[in-house]
Design a protein around this ligand. Structure first.
Ligand code: NAP
Ligand code: ZN
Ligand code: ZN
Length: 347
């Protein structure tokens, strides 16, 4: 199927208009006309080959909401005209223990097919949400509840599920003290979810101009980490910290804040390896990570958002301003997620 979008052709050149093909929908496939796509920091890391795994041409984008244009004869979950969404994955082996457990992102056969910068089962490069169309098996397509604004729901497909999943896994809730590091796309969703789950939620930020916002978004406390000695008075008090920072920073300070058996989970993926001092974790503290979330949990998260009226705080942008938007994401200057409007693709 002829498609049009924006692609990176190398690590050092800006995205440019690009014609490409998606497969024609098969019996179990859903063809979605893309309406909105969020800009995730992972799009930038990958297009610039900061994780060393880039395949070009790369059409980024994995926070996709659109309208179903066509369905294959065997599709049961969707009909033409539905609002549907695709996140970070479009397929997996489906038979290994992780896939059977609904944790397709951790496929034991390393057969997770990511929405872009990945190869599908036929060996074709996948193309993501910075375009007009996408085709995927209905098992990897999500239903968008009708009370959610579709543009503001788009970032739930990555920023939302990536923070919802570890908060659920480590039981953020009443009686727990939870920290969120970095108030960006992921961080602001972690803050909203932790607050909604009833945990005492503390936002850490390097940006003085985000302190008041953090309180409005649900933080019980906000700690500005630019101030010298900020960590000492909070040492040993946290049950769980979700680190959403995209760049190099000192995680040892955050490890010092954990109680015995406390958990620091990174969802941020900085380019360089993270340095941990052994003394930071000898207090039986856990340093771990988490990657997006399974398809069933993603639908659970969307339904939770529907019940609790949670969406992302977004700034709409256009393809003409894509470079500027990426620059602002890198500077931490977005409140709190850019969303591309597909209507501006050909403008
Ligand atoms: P983002 O919107 O750019 O937010 C990152 C935030 O980190 C910034 O807003 C800023 O918050 C803080 N920050 C940035 N540079 C910093 C520095 N040098 N030192 C300290 N703090 C800094 O990015 P995002 O889209 O939320 O993504 C965050 C990270 O998660 C990225 O690395 C991304 O690739 C990764 N990610 C992982 C998964 C997964 O499955 N694990 C999924 C999606 C994204 P303050 O201004 O508040 O300090
Ligand atoms: Zn993402
Ligand atoms: Zn599998």
């Amino acid at each position: 199927m002829k498609s049009f979008g924006y692609a990176a052709h190398s690590a050092t050149t800006p995205l440019v208009p690009f014609d490409y093909e998606h497969r024609e929908p098969g019996p179990k496939d859903v063809h979605i006309a893309i309406d909105f796509c969020g800009i995730c920091h992972s799009d930038i890391h990958q297009a610039r080959n900061e994780w060393g795994n880039a395949m070009y041409p790369m059409v980024p984008g994995h926070e996709i909401v659109g309208t179903v244009k066509a369905v294959g004869a065997g599709v049961t979950k969707f009909k033409v005209g539905d609002t549907a969404a695709i996140g970070c994955m479009v397929d997996s082996c489906r038979i290994c223990p992780s896939c059977k457990d609904g944790e397709e992102q951790y496929c034991d056969n390393q057969a997770t097919v990511f929405t872009y910068n990945s190869k599908d089962k036929q060996g074709n490069l996948t193309f993501g949400g910075y375009g007009d169309n996408i085709v995927a098996d209905e098992s990897f397509v999500l239903k968008v509840p009708s009370n959610l604004d579709p543009a503001a729901a788009a970032p739930l497909l990555c920023a939302g599920i990536t923070t919802y999943s570890p908060l659920k896994h480590w039981a953020a809730g009443p009686g727990k003290k939870v920290g969120v590091v970095g108030l960006g796309g992921l961080g602001h969703m972690a803050l909203k979810f932790s607050h909604a789950f009833g945990a005492h939620t503390v936002q850490f930020t390097t940006s003085a101009n985000k302190v008041e916002d953090a309180k409005k978004l649900g933080a019980d406390e906000v700690i500005l980490t630019k101030e010298a000695g900020w960590a000492a008075k909070h040492a040993g008090t946290f049950d769980l910290i979700i680190d959403c920072v995209s760049a190099d920073h000192d995680v040892n300070s955050y490890l010092s804040l954990l109680k015995r058996n406390g958990v620091l989970c990174t969802v941020g993926v900085p380019e360089d390896p993270i340095k941990i001092a052994a003394f930071s974790i000898l207090g039986r503290r856990t340093f771990t990570g988490s990657m997006i979330g399974g398809i069933a949990e993603t639908q659970e998260m969307l339904d939770f958002c529907s019940q609790h009226n949670i969406v992302s705080d977004i700034e709409m942008t256009t393809y003409a301003k894509l470079d500027e938007a990426w620059d602002r994401v890198v500077k931490g200057d977005v409140k709190y997620r850019f969303v591309l409007d597909a209507k501006t693709l050909k403008a």
